[in-house]
Design a protein around this ligand. Structure first.
Ligand code: DC
Length: 217
């Protein structure tokens, strides 16, 4: 069974997807980390989004998932993919068709290997249009910015709420206006707006939908 959880930056996909997967005994695949890994490797190799041959680079990367997240040649990339610079770079490289194409097969292969929760932007629309359960998880931009800001401060990173909000709005615009596989709610996705829900309420809403399906209701 595939559960697709799509939505904009800062909607809580990481926390919610991990918890939903844990409660159902599913594997969670954070597809954004694949785009971050590609951005990191491309920048290290001196590529820009315009460089010809990006498809060759993406095809040559041995990406996978380990217990600490995305791996390259079996080694975790850790927090190096989690900086604000890498968020912007991942968003920019993810608009390149060769990058999306290169990651499509990989996501399908890993996702169908077992019961999975995949979170991203185009899982329910493009990667797994036949996913058994599709959730579009969102929240108001100000609420998403407030949560991200708190996350930065809790992790001891400097943060400015206004800058975080600008970053979120810029990524929303870039991710939803790109020509290929833009961020949008699949027609058959269930909309979950977490602005006024607790984490627990959001998780149980999704888990309940999944259990209903598993029971065949
Ligand atoms: O979820 P995230 O913030 O880690 O994702 C980083 C970027 O990767 C995001 O701005 C857009 C892109 N992305 C995508 O285009 N498709 C996905 N399925 C997941 C992420």
């Amino acid at each position: 069974m595939i559960i697709a959880i799509d939505g904009p930056a800062g909607a809580g996909k990481t926390t919610i997807s991990s918890q939903v997967a844990e409660r159902l005994g599913f594997v969670r695949l954070d597809t954004g980390s694949l785009y971050r890994a590609v951005a990191l490797c491309a920048l290290q190799a001196g590529y820009t989004t315009q460089t010809p041959g990006l498809d060759g680079l993406v095809g040559s990367l041995a990406l996978g998932f380990g217990k600490d997240g995305v791996t390259l040649d079996g080694v975790s990339l850790g927090d190096r993919i989690r900086t604000p610079e890498m968020s912007q770079a991942a968003s920019a490289f993810s608009a390149v068709p060769a990058v999306r194409q290169g990651l499509l097969e990989l996501q399908r292969r890993i996702g169908r290997a077992t019961n999975s929760v995949l979170d991203g932007r185009d899982i329910g629309t493009v990667v797994f249009p036949d996913a058994e359960l599709k959730i579009f998880l969102t929240a108001r931009p100000e609420e998403r910015a407030r949560r991200r800001h708190k996350e930065h401060l809790d992790a001891g990173r400097p943060s400015n709420l206004e800058d975080v909000l600008k970053d979120i709005e810029a990524r929303d615009l870039a991710d939803s206006s790109r020509a290929i596989a833009p961020l949008k709610q699949a027609e058959d996705a269930i909309l979950v707006d977490s602005s006024d829900l607790t984490i627990e309420q959001t998780i149980s809403t999704i888990v309940e939908h999944a259990r209903e399906l598993m029971r065949g209701d």
